[in-house]
Design a protein around this ligand. Structure first.
Ligand code: ZN
Length: 427
């Protein structure tokens, strides 16, 4: 028996006026999704009540880890996805490149991603910043190392004895766009007498302000300004986390597996559980990702490499919903149906192996608010044996509309960590 998981990130949504009161999943014709739903379906709460909805908490649950007990923060998962194992006693951060502007002596943030800086420009700015003697000296004094990428997202690791991270407020930059940053620079929420936390807070604040002095007149930013683009002229650390351990997926479920994704967060959740995370060329987390390459990689794991389990995660619907673009969210879901689920069903059926395939959205991402939501999501589980039985009896292959409303009367699984047990038919 082979097992497949397909996550369409942020596919679920609410009824939209632009779709005559339908959700995106409801409005679309999705034949492969409907074949999956024909076998078994329901609703599942992937984000435990009281936790912030996001791919971190939701996908931890889907892979069988209760975020209420294991979660220490998002950045440590992204770090793990980039191969950085956080030593005990260290703290990780997401480090964004942001765009700020000096307006009347105060700095206003225009973009949490430096005008979506990427490629050579991102590398050049970050590498020049950490090579700047004054900045490098301050980094060393703060115990900070930064792993640079060719995007606006970098990972910071700081040696620090600070243990009360909740006492230090590191604001999420995407939540304060177009505001003066002064009140959102790192500050102590409460003074707990933790001298290391106090130092960490002061150090990050100083590093942020220093980074602006180094980057504001950088030739890359002058060039971007001339091209009408936003500069990437300040670093913004956030999402602090301490080391996180996850139980071995293989020991827990007795299945060996591979997870195919384009985003460090998902690689990290998989890697911490001991699952393989091969990279697929052209898989970029965007609408034009390499769908075929991802499917081929998952099939190779299952059919050539002897894995029992393979997951394909597609980021695009979530990104399109964050961008508030209905047409592109619809297109992302259409592509997951036609270019991920349909070929997986086809090829696994041809292989002659029995298989089960779990399809779901990790969490809803709402086009109305352009942000994540924690309400339960629809899920469905295809089972090749159920389909074979129907066909043997002269019946059509089972099919049923896959969407939020069609499943509204189905039972709610309130514990998302049970999904893998359901897929593997384990108690
Ligand atoms: Zn997500």
């Amino acid at each position: 028996m082979k097992y497949v998981l397909v996550i369409g990130d942020g596919m679920a949504d609410t009824a939209l006026t632009a779709l005559d009161g339908q959700t995106p999943l409801e409005a679309l014709t999705l034949p492969a999704f409907d074949r999956v739903a024909g076998c078994a379906c329901g609703r599942v709460r992937t984000v435990p009540e009281g936790l912030a909805p996001g791919s971190d908490t939701a996908i931890l649950s889907i892979f069988g880890n209760d975020p209420r007990t294991c979660y220490t923060g998002r950045s440590v998962l992204e770090a793990a996805g980039m191969g950085i194992v956080l030593p005990d006693g260290s703290i990780s951060f997401r480090v964004n490149l942001c765009a700020v502007e000096d307006i009347n002596g105060g700095l206003t943030i225009h973009s949490h991603n430096g005008g979506n800086i990427h490629g050579e420009e991102a590398l050049e700015l970050m590498n020049n910043l950490i090579a700047n003697p004054a900045f490098a000296k301050k980094m060393k004094d703060a115990g900070l190392a930064i792993q640079v990428t060719d995007t606006f997202r970098h990972i910071g690791v700081m040696e620090s004895a600070a243990r009360d991270l909740a006492a230090v407020c590191l604001t999420e930059p995407h939540n304060v766009l177009e505001r003066d940053i002064a009140p959102y620079l790192p500050y102590m929420v409460v003074d707990t007498g933790d001298a290391a936390a106090l130092k960490l807070c002061a150090d990050i604040r100083e590093l942020m302000l220093m980074s602006y002095e180094v980057l504001k007149n950088h030739p890359v930013n002058h060039r971007r300004a001339a091209q009408g683009k936003l500069p990437a002229n300040m670093i913004w650390p956030w999402g602090a986390a301490t080391a996180m351990q996850l139980p071995s997926f293989e020991q827990k479920y007795h299945k060996r597996g591979t997870v195919v994704s384009a985003v460090p967060l998902v690689w990290g959740i998989a890697a911490l559980g001991g699952l393989k995370t091969p990279r697929v060329p052209g898989a970029n987390g965007d609408l034009d990702t390499n769908y075929e390459g991802k499917v081929e990689r998952a099939l190779k794991a299952l059919l050539s490499e002897g894995d029992d389990f393979a997951a394909v995660h597609v980021e695009a619907p979530d990104e399109m919903a964050h961008a508030g673009n209905l047409e592109r969210k619809l297109e992302a879901i259409r592509r997951i149906d036609a270019r991920v689920v349909a070929p997986l069903l086809e090829r696994l059926t041809q292989s002659g192996e029995d298989f089960r395939l779990l399809l779901l959205s990790d969490h809803p991402t709402l086009l109305t608010t352009r942000t994540h939501d924690g309400t339960p999501v629809p899920y469905a589980i295809y089972d090749s044996r159920v389909v074979a039985r129907a066909l043997a009896e002269g019946m059509p292959a089972p099919s049923r509309k896959f969407c939020e409303k069609a499943f509204a009367g189905e039972p709610l699984q309130n514990n998302g960590t049970k999904l893998m047990n359901m897929l593997f038919e384990q108690p």
